[in-house]
Design a protein around this ligand. Structure first.
Ligand code: OAK
Length: 803
């Protein structure tokens, strides 16, 4: 948008008076933040209305991304950037004696997600608006986001994250768009005089779903889409007979949108979670249908105007819910309704971990959602009947929805969608060949791959301005809208001046991060050390333990030989563990205890340091990633569906140290083997071990002296304060089979780390690798990913840019 500095300053002062009756000298940062937020909203409101109007007038097909999680991160600077007024506002505020950075820090970081899946949804909505795709987010307005993590004596402690405490400047409550969602009760079908079956309900519980809309601003294009998050409330009642039972009922209803479940890739079969799932699914679909009806088209044509995306299985009830509306409310016959539903729905799988598979007990679904359960039974009946004529009995039994007393959500999502995708090439192959092989036999054409991506706006333009400026000076700024243009940087691969500039920027970012660590943790880290980063949820398959065992081996090496030729390292961890995931929490404690030991050992000085940041989330990632030299992507091959921190880190010039898992494979293909460090078992080797059952972790303990010493270190008192955790980890690795092949990959990992150490010593060579990584990161822009979803799955328009 066009905005002069003069106009901005006037508007800002005016808004401050309107909202707070204050002038600048009286105002504090919080007031300045709210004022700026309001101003940005008022700047965007015209285009928000216009975008919606255009979609309606042109009867555009629109896509709706249904996701339990949207891990947005702070929005102030991102909105300013996308509106094209970041510099103007920064300058204007400076003239008024206000520091934009300081204001930006005031914003609570909305943690409405656990990790990869939620952050991907946030990148996607940014990219959808930027790519001019008529597509919106649909989710839950959790009152409490992901817990705040504290370390107490090295242990993770969870505190509530009350992110809405001081209000939320970005959202608008839309009472007129509220809908009712029905739970519990009895349902029966009666034939009407017209001969159609009509459901009748008794004793249901009605919940009012109230939408809060947040604008999703496209980058420099006047497009503003919508993120609609639903809040659960009690429907208005004017005949309260029993006050206390009303209060009880209110609390029960409001608890639906109270708190995000803190489990990542892990299913906990709680009733409240099922309520949450149906709540945002039903509210979202009802509101889509309401909107569709304004176009005055027959329901038979719904799939020509609406696409609904099911982000993992959490919104899989979209399938029976749309069927319910088409059958019961729109009086469609089953075949037509099913045809419409399958054409509307598409589904993404985000993990092969079996513990993440949602399967709800029949008892729970039939009690909470009796009509939905009837519909699921009918979908299952028709599926098994049809498939029995085409496939062997075993395949039908393995693919049906209702089995063993449970409703299998992934099966429902697959059967009810026209598209099923994985999130990286390797992941999609594993789905087709292993995890979902039966379904692949049944529906080969439904399967496709959409490799994840990240938005270069948040993860480069905002997080790393110095690097962004360098890139713009070298190759211009076309990459901002056509990210593959970053490849032009390759022309500078042998240009010493550019490489040294790159080194200088990295150094600056490391100094900044070191200052932050000094301030927040009172820990001194040396910016000349290699900053080695592993930031992701704590999960055994991600193998933070492998990293830790290697750190211990370096520690022992330095203790034996203080002159050992090891380049100084700072190992940086950021990770939350699900509160009920005991093993992950033990690993957190162990890392913190090893950090205590090493960071306070005067003999080690600054040769080794461990920084485990508390409460890792989007805002911390924005500080860590620009300062990273090494990107740890060391999951057991086959287990990480894609990973996205790998993409953010390479975009910021970190060198990837990785197994051939998830999108690491595609990163290697992009940058070439010389510019990435690969180690460890490959996916086929892992499956071979599963097949022949020959892995004996104990033999690695017994035969590798370094590993032997390190593992003994866990149980011989070397690590004060973590005796129980050390024992538990030791046992899991040595006695109980080492599920994720940590010991098997240890030697290869240690060798890879040695290689990194050597590479880093040659600054120019290292920076050349960094530059090639930045230049190759463009294809991993979520702009491209969503453009592929738009054209290949949703069949909605987009402004496609050449890949
Ligand atoms: C979370 C809950 C249930 C199922 C999957 C997840 C999840 O976050 N999966 C992660 O999704 C990311 C985005 O696709 C991938 O990059 C990660 O590899 C995957 O673990």
């Amino acid at each position: 948008m066009d905005l002069s500095k003069r106009k901005f300053k006037e508007d800002f002062k005016k808004m401050l008076t309107e909202v707070y009756s204050m002038d600048i000298s009286e105002s504090e940062t919080t007031e300045q933040y709210v004022t700026l937020g309001n101003l940005i909203r008022s700047y965007s409101s015209k285009n928000w209305g216009r975008t919606n109007q255009r979609y309606i007038e042109k009867k555009k097909k629109q896509a709706y991304y249904f996701s339990m999680e949207f891990l947005l991160g702070r929005m102030l600077k991102s909105n300013l950037l996308n509106l094209g007024i970041l510099d103007t506002v920064r300058d204007g505020l400076r003239d008024l004696g206000i520091d934009l950075e300081e204001i930006a820090q005031i914003e609570p970081d909305p943690g409405l997600g656990n990790g990869g899946l939620g952050r991907l949804a946030a990148c996607f909505i940014d990219s959808m608006a930027t790519s001019e795709i008529p597509a919106h987010g649909n989710g839950i307005r959790f009152k409490y986001g992901l817990f705040k993590q504290k370390f107490v004596n090295g242990y993770q402690v969870e505190l509530p994250e009350n992110w809405l405490q001081n209000g939320n400047v970005w959202e608008t409550r839309k009472m007129h768009a509220a809908v009712n969602v029905r739970f519990y009760g009895k349902v029966w079908l009666e034939q009407t005089s017209a001969g159609v079956l009509e459901p009748h309900y008794e004793d249901t519980q009605e919940v009012l779903a109230v939408p809060y809309d947040t604008p999703v601003v496209g980058f420099n294009n006047d497009v503003i889409n919508t993120l609609r998050l639903w809040s659960a409330e009690v429907p208005p009642q004017d005949d309260i007979t029993d006050y206390w039972s009303y209060i009880h009922q209110r609390n029960q209803i409001e608890s639906i949108s109270e708190v995000l479940y803190p489990d990542d890739s892990n299913y906990e079969g709680r009733l409240l979670r099922l309520k949450q799932e149906y709540f945002f699914v039903s509210a979202g679909i009802q509101s889509i249908i309401r909107h569709y009806k304004k176009m005055d088209l027959s329901m038979n044509h719904l799939a020509e105007k609406v696409a609904i995306h099911i982000n993992d299985t959490h919104p899989a009830l979209c399938v029976p819910e749309l069927m319910r509306i088409l059958l019961d409310e729109e009086k469609m016959d089953w075949e037509h309704a099913w045809n419409v539903t399958v054409n509307v729905m598409s589904y993404t799988n985000h993990t092969i971990m079996s513990e993440a598979l949602e399967k709800w007990p029949i008892e729970m679904i039939s009690t909470l959602l009796p009509r939905i359960y009837q519909i699921i039974c009918e979908i299952d009946r028709r599926f098994t009947m049809k498939m029995s004529t085409l496939f062997e009995r075993e395949i039908v039994e393995r693919t049906r929805i209702i089995e063993g007393g449970h409703v299998k959500m992934a099966h429902m999502a697959i059967i009810g969608s026209h598209s099923v995708n994985g999130v990286a090439q390797l992941h999609t192959t594993i789905l087709k060949e292993k995890v979902l092989h039966d379904f692949f036999l049944v529906y080969p054409s439904k399967f496709n791959n959409k490799t994840n991506g990240i938005t270069q706006r948040r993860w480069l333009m905002l997080a790393n301005e110095p690097l962004c400026d360098l890139i713009n000076r070298k190759i211009g700024n076309e990459w901002e809208t056509t990210p593959t243009e970053l490849k032009m940087l390759k022309a500078f691969r042998d240009d010493e001046k550019t490489l040294l500039e790159l080194a200088q920027i990295k150094r600056l970012n490391k100094e900044r991060f070191a200052e932050h660590i000094k301030k927040t943790m009172d820990l001194t880290i040396n910016p000349d050390a290699i900053f080695d980063v592993q930031i992701k949820r704590l999960h055994a398959y991600k193998r933070q333990l492998l990293n830790l065992l290697h750190i211990l081996s370096l520690y022992f090496q330095l203790k034996d030989d203080p002159q050992a030729d090891i380049h100084p390292r700072v190992f940086i961890f950021g990770a939350k563990a699900a509160p009920s995931y005991t093993y992950a929490k033990q690993i957190i404690k162990l890392i913190n205890s090893v950090a205590d030991l090493i960071n306070h050992d005067a003999a080690i000085a600054d040769k080794l340091k461990i920084v485990f940041v508390e409460n890792y989330g989007v805002s911390l990632a924005e500080k860590i990633i620009p300062a990273a030299d090494v990107s740890e992507q060391i999951s057991l091959a086959s287990k990480e569906a894609s990973g996205t921190s790998n993409m953010k880190l390479m975009l910021n010039g970190a060198i990837t140290l990785a197994t051939l898992d998830g999108a690491n494979v595609e990163i290697r293909d992009r940058v070439g083997e010389k510019n990435i460090v690969i180690f460890g078992l490959r996916e086929d080797e892992v499956y071979q071990y599963y097949h022949d059952g020959s892995y004996q972790s104990r033999s690695y303990y017994e035969n590798n002296p370094v590993l032997h010493r390190v593992l003994n270190g866990l149980i011989d008192g070397t690590i004060p304060g973590a005796e129980a955790e050390g024992r538990s980890v030791f046992d899991s690795l040595v006695q109980y089979g080492d599920e994720y092949f940590v010991l098997r990959d240890f030697e290869a990992y240690a060798d890879a780390q040695k290689h990194i150490d050597q590479l880093y010593r040659d600054t120019l060579q290292w920076q050349k690798m960094a530059l090639i990584n930045i230049a190759g990161a463009g294809v991993f822009s979520s702009d491209y990913t969503v453009q592929q979803y738009a054209s290949q799955i949703w069949d909605v328009s987009s402004k496609v840019r050449n890949i």
